[in-house]
Design a protein around this ligand. Sequence first.
Ligand code: ZN
Length: 597
Amino acid sequence: MAEVKSRCDIEEKYKWKLEDIFKNDAEFEAAVSEVRALSKEFVKFRGRVGEGEKSILASLRLSDEIGEKLLSVVAYASMRRDEDNDVQKYRAMAERVGDLESDIMSECSFFEPGLVAAGIERIRGFFEKEPALFEYAHFFDNLFREQEHILDEKSERLLAMSSPVGGSAHDIFSSMNNADIKFGNVINEEGREEELTHSRYGIFLESNDRRVRKEAYNAMYAQYKAFKNTFASMYSGSIKSDLFYAKARGFESVRDMRLFDGNIPSDVYDGLLENVNHGLSALSEYLEMRKKVLGVDELSMYDLYVPIVPEDREEIPYEEAVEMVLAAVAPLGEDYVSDMRRAFSERWVDVYENRGKTSGAYSWGDNTTHPFVLLNYQGKIEDVFTLAHEMGHAMHSYYTNKKQPTVYRDYKIFVAEVASTVNENLLMEYLLREATGNRRAYLLGRKLEAIRTTFYRQTMFAEFESRVHGMYMEGTPLTAETLCKVYGEINKKYYGSVCVCDENITYEWARIPHFYTSFYVYQYATGFAAATCIKNLVLENLENARRYIEFLSGGNSAYPLNLLQGAGVDLTCADAVRSVVCDMEKTTKELGDILDK
Ligand SMILES: [Zn+2]
């Protein structure tokens, strides 16, 4: 393997241009001082936010300005650090702005309670006198909606003080899961002993050598089984803590509290589970095909991740990847394509790995320049999909920032993964249009795995969470035994018609970090369903594409479901989920036909 380059050896055109935010570190420092000064100004509104239309508008505007400037310094410092984590100067800078952020948050915490104290009727009464306030109508709507669940100052302070205790279950889980637990060694494909770690587990499970897959699987679960009571205590501790906060804020359940954040009706959650359950036969058909192609007597849980068609290993130069993604998003219209082209010509993207660079990929940035994208591009087809994905996020931010006033220049997680998945879907469609033979089979196999892991598997997780929380609220103690029983039942429902669901898999709940952020994972499935619908719609005509761009431009100016409705997706009915199930059926059939030949 080639040695990883130093950052200074990477050509400039492959590095993002953070100078667009601040020309140099001196400009950054000046902005930090400015944020501090503005927050001093802002504190003068304490106790008089709701005095009249002038003070309300002035405080809102100043709050927007502070938020925007703060984001610029935070984004700049963090992204500088991500360029090379060995540079102490930027590490210190990032840490410093982290502190600045929490200082400012606490200094300005009087603001929203101040608005609330003024009362929604009184504030709405000011709109006529000060029409500029109309811009904030949705902001107020949401603020007063949340109000019902905000406690008096003393209770809020108590809740804030308790939060480090409340998060301890997750902290303990992380320490145990990432550091203390050891999984021993596995004999790899070459016959050498290799330590089993979380990241190598994924690689072992994709091995063509079944013995390797089985060994890794057994070694992994042996440890979760050995510590089953500890993991059960941690997880139930996390549920108890979440329920405490939910009840304290007047919610019936943790699920209600989580859904409330995006104003998502519980029907959407229940509908997802119900409709996916109706579509389980499509998953079974895929599993049947997998079993047949792998040529195994019994399909085991450790046979699920190995690609059924060998990976296409052709290296794709970055420039080619860029053109592929641009061609793939053409159905979104000329403007979208030319706006995205700017990202490449104006250096929004940090392309290659270098020593010390943060791993993985993300899209981020401030709201006043343009989004930035961090990649660690290696030239695999995987990386081209990552590029499409992150560019989806970047264009979402770009359109939102272009269209929305400061107060709405953000978006909820519920809609975020729609923008990225639409681009991945379009890339898949584009590649399939030209692909034949083995390459086509490989892509179809990849598509099926994306549906299985993002849509079915995350829904299965969502079902488990719902069941377990329900049990706890009904008084069933959450022990290793009860958790394994429920997990085993649900896993069997999803996989049992084809797979052998052994005892090991009943411990899977113990190793899923996302369960410590309760009722989060269902959004992967709803996002995937919405993205599948949108992909189908935009491939139909340009008018649908225009509505989708409108959705991307919506930011936080409306609630997620309303934004999606604007793009033609209604997550309150079964169609979106059905469109994924349909896709699964069609793709399985096509791949089956190719492989039969
Ligand atoms: Zn994403």
